[in-house]
Design a protein around this ligand. Sequence first.
Ligand code: FMN
Length: 199
Amino acid sequence: MQTILQLNTSLSGAAGQSSQLAGAFAAALGRASGARVTVRDLATQPVPHLTLERFQAFGTPVAERTLEQQRYVAESDALVEELRRADTIVLGLPMYNFGVPSTLKAYFDHVARSGVTFRYTPNGPVGLLTGKKVFVFATRGGRYAGTPGDLQTAYVRQFLGFIGLRDVEFIYAEGLALGAEQRDAALGRALERIGQLAA
Ligand SMILES: Cc1cc2nc3c(=O)[nH]c(=O)nc-3n(C[C@H](O)[C@H](O)[C@H](O)COP(=O)(O)O)c2cc1C
């Protein structure tokens, strides 16, 4: 069975505007395609910051890992396995202080694994999570898409591409803090796009 992985990263959990758009799309796509939707919410199930101990565990040969290192690697492996199993990834992405939620950065730090999700070759890095489609629902209080102020899109695209996720579509809902009229119009356009994408 096809699997859709929905990643919520809003500090408001499922109530976040990005989570609601991501959830509406994942549900519609699931209905249309018969795929199963799995939800990981990084506000309610936060991934810890990457510490030196955790990072060193990733690089320690399997046979030499301490019990603590085995636990650290198992946590990361579970996140990677969930990504690997997904055919489609739906990411809810609010902009916080010009960047991504810190919970998403911590998650990225746990799924960027040398030899597991990417490997270095003489020709440069190669991403290993291939053959998946990613939809990103980016919500912002202001307006940045298509301007040099949108550092978030380039960063997320770069990271996802690094681990092999190159087929990425961004759907923006911007100006959500610029008054009810602009907010409702932006959310309406995003919902319209969801209808088109899931049809
Ligand atoms: C801590 C915090 C920081 C924010 N920083 C920005 C920002 O840098 N630029 C912006 O356009 N909006 C910013 N916003 C507004 C959010 O991007 C906007 O409300 C978004 O819809 C939140 O999505 P969510 O409801 O899924 O969390 C910020 C909101 C919060 C709570």
